[in-house]
Ligand binder design. Structure first.
Ligand code: ZN
Ligand code: ZN
Length: 276
């Protein structure tokens, strides 16, 4: 019986009525403590972009000042909750990366003013090459009905460019759910294999840590990324962390034991962990 990872750095809450968790910070932290976790990291979404879709989600910001104000208040609230608990609470973000200079400028300015412990790199958007059009993969119903297959391929390339760009940026402690778009069967076909191989090699050469996101096991019976990508990254000794991506208390540590068995079977020795 292998020891199961007793921390999760990928969790969300409903802070300020803005973020998309279902449970409060207090509920999430208490639950992690109850489960005997040694640490919990809070990684609410950082979604800021000049062309962020409007009126879709309270946590999408097209004004960096507004975003920063919310993030500061969210962290202040979190500090207060953490102070009344024994468990180690880390402050992070799950950051939607975009390659443009404008996005980088905004991001760097925001993050400099926040007292964070770690950053997770992520992509939840498909987009046009020039970033004038963004669409969250959960809001595909907002895609214009006239979207052609060729446009769709461009948008999907945008998704994978975000992921690779995030790795190459060096901003992130680990990468979230690399192939998250496959949740909606986007780029699940073999024509996207070259893009995935290229990403695997980029991550290996940079030793960019990645997560095995167990939310996928709950949703579609396999994690993000899919097992064959996990195999390749583990084989290349890329550091790995298991993430539950919990949006409510019932999801904390979900399927950790089975992923731990998988990692033991693969002889994985390189794990990602924050040091205090
Ligand atoms: Zn995510
Ligand atoms: Zn998440």
């Amino acid at each position: 019986m292998t020891d199961v990872q007793k921390y999760s750095y990928h969790t969300h809450n409903n802070a300020l009525g803005v973020f998309d968790g279902k449970s409060s910070a207090e509920e999430m932290i208490s639950k992690a403590e109850e489960l005997g976790f040694e640490a919990i990291g809070v990684s609410n979404h950082l979604c800021v972009h000049p062309n962020m879709p409007r009126g879709v989600s309270k946590m999408f910001f097209s004004d960096p000042e507004k975003a920063l104000d919310i993030y500061k208040r969210m962290y202040a609230e979190l500090d207060e909750v953490a102070a009344s608990h024994k468990i180690k609470v880390y402050k992070g973000f799950e950051v939607d990366f975009f390659p443009s200079a404008v996005w980088r400028g905004w991001f760097e300015k925001i993050i400099k003013q926040l007292d964070y412990d770690y950053l997770i790199g992520a992509s939840h958007f498909i987009r046009s090459a020039d970033e004038t059009f963004l669409c969250n993969i959960y809001h595909l119903d907002r895609l214009p009905s006239a979207t052609t297959d060729e446009q769709m391929r461009e948008y999907l390339r945008g998704y994978w460019d975000n992921v690779k760009g995030a790795v190459e940026s060096g901003y992130f402690d680990f990468m979230a759910h690399l192939d998250y778009c496959t949740l909606f069967e986007l780029s699940s076909t073999p024509e996207w294999d070259d893009v995935k191989w290229d990403l695997i090699e980029t991550m290996a050469s940079r030793r960019q840590a990645f997560e095995i996101n167990t939310g996928g096991i709950a949703k579609i019976g396999r994690p993000f990324p899919e097992w064959r990508i996990c195999d390749e990254l583990v084989k290349r000794e890329v550091p790995v962390i298991v993430s539950c991506d919990s949006h409510d208390v019932s999801q904390i540590g979900r399927h950790f034991a089975e992923v731990e068995d998988y990692l033991a079977e693969k002889g994985c020795k390189h794990r990602f962990k924050l040091s205090e």
